[in-house]
Design a protein around this ligand. Structure first.
Ligand code: SF4
Length: 225
């Protein structure tokens, strides 16, 4: 897996021809806003992003001349992710988001979950972390740190949504985002195995191949122990 310049160029043509950024913004506009106290306690991981969201963020970062700065932060985050729990690489020391205008859907939906949905999501993440830990132990004889495995974002009671959004409405928005990504699949631009990645993964693959990045991350895990 790698995101080449050619892939980005072809993607940009599809984005333009099919009006995909406008469709993306329409979906975002259906997510109710709300009042947040800016504690940034939810900005503690690299969140999932659809490919179309990555392209939108990538263009924003390029246009603002932030690519080198962002990549440095993303590399620091990605290569240490298995060793220490860190804040999202886009979070500044003033608790602001460097890509707030184009942040992914996950960030826009955070705060709109019920406590039950929040807990169910945590259980899913925990299961994935435990599976990853078992994999690294079996393959490399090393465990992930407890803080990486068990880190939990607490349920946010401070966020006040301007109006509620149901679970079905959220799932519908996510389906529509997925449908935007399928256009890149059908055009043979995006390989199927690249679906479902975090925002740091997308950026890392603009600079490193999957093998290179994986090897560097493992070395960091082995050296960090
Ligand atoms: S992208 Fe921005 S809003 Fe989303 S978790 Fe990172 S810092 Fe927070």
């Amino acid at each position: 897996m790698e995101i080449t310049k050619k892939m980005i160029e072809k993607s940009n043509v599809l984005l333009k021809n099919n009006n995909l950024i406008s469709n993306l913004n329409d979906i975002y506009s259906e997510i109710p806003s709300g009042k947040c106290n800016g504690c940034a306690k939810c900005c503690v991981e690299s969140v999932h992003a659809f490919y179309v969201e990555f392209l939108n963020i990538y263009k924003y970062v390029q246009d603002k001349g932030m690519y080198e700065t962002i990549m440095k932060r993303i590399e620091d985050h990605y290569f240490n992710e298995l060793v220490v729990k860190q804040a999202c690489p886009f979070l500044t020391t003033e608790n602001t988001c460097m890509i707030y205008e184009v942040r992914p859907y996950v960030c826009r939906l955070f705060g709109h979950s019920t406590r039950q949905e929040h807990e169910a999501n945590y259980q899913n993440i925990l299961e994935q972390n435990l599976e990853a830990d078992a994999y690294f132990f079996e393959t490399y004889g090393v465990h992930l740190s407890q803080e990486v495995i068990y880190h939990k974002i607490n349920f946010c009671q401070a966020f006040k949504a301007e109006k509620p959004i149901s679970q079905n409405e959220k799932l519908n928005l996510i389906d529509r985002l997925f449908m935007l990504d399928t256009q890149f699949l059908m055009a043979d631009i995006l390989p199927e195995e690249m679906l479902n990645m975090s925002i740091t993964n997308w950026f890392i693959y603009t600079k490193y191949s999957e093998d290179q990045a994986g090897e560097m991350r493992i070395n960091q895990l082995l050296n960090g122990k």
